[in-house]
Unconditional design. Sequence first.
Length: 240
Amino acid sequence: MKLAVLYSGGKDSTMALYRVMKKGHDIATLVTMLPDTPESYMFHYPNVKWTKVQAFCMHLPIIQRRTKGIKEQEVEDLKRVLSELDVDGVVSGALASRYQKSRIDRICKELGIKSIAPLWQKAEKRLFKEIVDLGFEIIVTGVAAEGLDESWLGRVIDWEAIDELADMGQVHIMFEGGEAETFVTDGPIFRQRIKITKAKRKWDGTRGEYEIEEVKVLPKELSMGSCQPQGRRLEKASGQ
């Protein structure tokens, strides 16, 4: 099938993309909605502008569109974007949020295309460890829950971090309640990797953000089993 993938740059949308690529589907484009507010009910907020660099590293096209992030209106904003595409279906990284999945399902039904959610209701801890084991490098870019303090901002997720999250109890291990946000810098579907060269932590005592200000795109080692970089090179990018 020819698919559009809703892409936030975080672990869930990246893993959903990986799953449909492994099945041989044609990825027509990634679609990123850029909300004007962190209070968006539907869309990822921290560092979402950097999805363009992630798409570059995966050699995939991307569409970025702004939305004010107003509840329900942002759903219609997404529908307008998807209505312009010639695709058979839309892929999302929905895992447990019925709010998000029900609205994506409705949009797809109205547009006459399939709604595909490869991660829906998978066992969270097992899935998270699978993502790490596959070689995806994930950093925490936002925290908003008791137990997640400033030290988590910019932290790379590994098995130890996953076990810590599981032990907390009050935090959904995959952050489905908005407890935290993530950003993927490398993985098996990346032809090049992202190195964050400048970032700052913002912490107000209860919640925080790891704001990426500058990155470099670097070649991957052949020993990692990746392809050599092809096409033009993006040496350095800034958020300006």
